[in-house]
Design a protein. Structure first.
Length: 229
């Protein structure tokens, strides 16, 4: 069983722009996830090297995907892992305005390569659909290997039909807001057919304007999967 968390950390600040990075680190340590995908993460001297701080706090491996230059560093997505990370790559996503990326990496688990992707999609609807289409095409090429995709998709109806399962829906859960102030669900964890979803929840902490999303997944023997991106 592996535990995954996806968390938009809002630059390490809460809804009222108070610094909450230390509280985030303590909570992440308490939840004991194996893999953590983060969005809105700074790696610069102005806001701090937030990805590095959280990785050091948890003693996890770190991969950082810079999406936007910021001050003397960058701002983007991060992946923290209890396992060694392999084949880390950063794919720029089609974007009309603010740059977006897909952070791709893999771990070795039960003698199999497990692919883990983290992203943060655009606010612009047209860009989002282009990004989802590209991610679907890439996921289709990995359909015979275990894949987990997580992040902030900036939409309430993100789906990858016949390709990746929404872990909340797999547990037959209804609308669970991840932005409590707007009662919107825009943060997701998706899993390929090689996984069984045992648990899913949002975690009720107010360190960011988003709630963390947590799921426990059991890896099953790989089975062929039809691709219809």
């Amino acid at each position: 069983m592996l535990r995954f968390i996806s968390y938009n950390i809002h630059s390490g600040r809460d809804l009222f722009w108070r610094k909450r990075l230390q509280e985030m680190g303590r909570s992440l340590k308490e939840w004991q996830a194996d893999i953590i995908g983060l969005q809105e993460v700074h790696q610069n001297s102005k806001y701090g090297y937030q990805a590095s701080y959280l990785a050091e706090t948890l003693q996890y491996e770190l991969a950082f995907a810079p999406s936007i230059p910021f001050a003397d560093g960058h701002y983007g997505n991060a992946l923290l892992s209890r396992f060694p990370l392999h084949k880390v790559s950063i794919l720029p996503l089609p974007s009309r305005k603010e740059k977006r990326t897909l952070l791709q990496a893999s771990i070795s688990y039960q003698h199999l390569p497990v692919h883990i992707w983290v992203t943060h999609c655009s606010l612009n609807q047209a860009s989002r659909w282009e990004q989802l289409r590209l991610i679907s095409e890439l996921a289709c090429k990995r359909s015979e290997e275990p894949l987990v995709l997580m992040g902030d998709f900036n939409m309430t109806n993100a789906i990858f039909p016949h390709l990746l399962a929404d872990c909340a829906h797999a547990r037959q859960l209804g609308h669970i807001p991840t932005i409590p102030s707007f009662r919107r669900r825009i943060d997701y964890i998706f899993a390929s057919s090689q996984w069984r979803v045992h648990h899913y929840e949002t975690l009720p902490v107010k360190w960011s304007d988003h709630l963390p999303v947590l799921t426990d997944l059991e890896l099953l023997p790989p089975t062929p999967q039809e691709c219809n991106p």
